[in-house]
Design a protein around this ligand. Structure first.
Ligand code: 0PR
Length: 379
């Protein structure tokens, strides 16, 4: 750090020069990210409440009420307004909490968790931290092959996981069948709807035929939904919801000294932005279901448009027909890494998986961006 500070103008000038290196969503070039520009209203609200720390919840009782209200609103989107839970930093923290609570509640040594092989790597982190064994089930056509599950269930199985909107292709595991297995073997089911949670409920209400994936299925015990993905909320923002407090109570702490006079929340982090909660609450109240439906439908229409355009390119292989706003493709004769290098050289930010290139058609992507991308790809 320098001894004497610079003027605000000098700092700003320096900053602007360096930040220029970043790729922005409004360039229309980011086609591989599950995040997007936060809604302008939520940005404004967020910046008003930067000092709020929900790590000391008793100090900010109003914000705490908004957190409870937000969880209730999202619970009702997921067919269970009585759900309890918290707004946390991201899908990773939320998934860690899901496994942490399940492990503590079960009190099983050598505990095992059954999950699809396409699960997000946050579960690998969680298992590593918590000393859990992950039993990965192969995918068939991009979703969990439930036929392999029953023989993997043992008395050490403490949790099953299904994904609604998976990372590689945005596909949805057969949560209804997983729920049946969960009930049959009395094993709780956790649904990772980090990506899907803020789009599936709105598509289900329109012409899209998407099967049930939420608390309407009796085996589903917990769900993760990330407002900082399709919810257009500022980063960081994720929600972990539980059917009841059984599991959550297993991670309560004995800390009594907080200045607000309450115990810490049952989450992983300490000091955390209350602004995430406040801006999420404000955005959900502002957009309502109608606003979110419009965003969801526009993303799906753009996905269909891109899908049709991609299909006209010779040599291309689209991995699966998209169910949500994610498309995976490859070229028959070009290795994916080489293809990705070529696309990135033209300024496009895309994701590369061993099997395909992933495109995520988020709210910041419009038809012109798609046409530009198709032009690049056809060259
Ligand atoms: N669960 C699923 C199904 C996910 O896809 C992700 C993240 C998570 C959990 C973890 O969420 P957090 O990143 O909020 O902890 N999936 C994105 C991905 O891997 C994360 C991301 C987002 C990566 C934007 C890059 C990016 O630009 O694609």
């Amino acid at each position: 750090m320098r001894n004497h500070g610079l003027s605000q103008k000098d700092v700003n000038d320096k900053l602007t020069r360096i930040i220029k290196k970043d790729t922005n969503f409004n360039s229309g070039k980011i086609l591989g990210s599950m995040c997007t520009t936060p809604h302008s209203f939520s940005q404004k609200i967020y910046s008003k409440y930067l000092e709020k720390n929900i790590g000391d919840p008793g100090l900010i009782l109003g914000t705490q009420k908004l957190e409870n209200d937000s969880i209730r609103m999202i619970g009702s989107l997921l067919s269970y307004p009585d759900a309890i839970g918290n707004v946390v930093s991201g899908g990773t923290e939320a998934n860690i909490i899901a496994l942490w609570t399940a492990r503590n509640y079960s009190n099983t040594s050598n505990a095992e968790v059954i999950l699809p092989s396409h699960s997000h790597h946050s579960f690998d982190k969680a298992a590593d931290i918590l000393g859990l064994k992950l039993i990965k089930i192969p995918s068939k056509n991009g979703i969990m092959d439930v036929n392999h599950i029953e023989k993997k269930i043992t008395r050490n199985t403490i949790l099953m996981i299904g994904v609604a909107g998976n990372t590689p292709l945005g596909l949805i595991d057969p949560i209804d069948e997983l729920s049946d297995l969960a009930i049959k073997f009395s094993i709780p089911l956790h649904v990772d709807a980090s990506f899907g949670g803020f789009i599936i409920p709105f598509l289900r209400k329109s012409e899209y035929k998407i099967p049930e994936f939420d608390f309407s299925l009796p085996g589903v015990y917990s769900i993760v939904v990330d407002p900082h993905k399709m919810g257009m909320a500022p980063i960081p923002s994720s929600c972990i919801l539980f059917r009841n407090s059984k599991f959550l109570n297993s991670i309560s702490s004995n800390v009594d000294y907080l200045s607000g006079g309450q115990k810490p929340r049952k989450t992983l982090l300490g000091t955390s932005p209350g602004a995430s909660i406040i801006s999420l609450w404000a955005l959900m109240n502002f957009l309502g279901k109608d606003g979110y439906s419009k965003i969801a439908l526009r993303c799906m229409k753009n996905t269909q448009y891109l899908y049709e355009k991609l299909n006209t390119i010779s040599g291309i292989n689209i991995i699966q027909k998209p169910v949500l706003n994610i498309i995976g493709f490859k070229f028959r004769k070009i290795p994916n890494q080489l293809l990705a290098k070529k696309i990135r050289k033209q300024g496009w930010a895309i994701s590369v998986f061993p099997t395909h290139i992933r495109l995520v058609i988020m709210p910041h992507i419009n038809r012109q961006h798609i046409d530009n991308f198709i032009d690049s790809l056809s060259r």
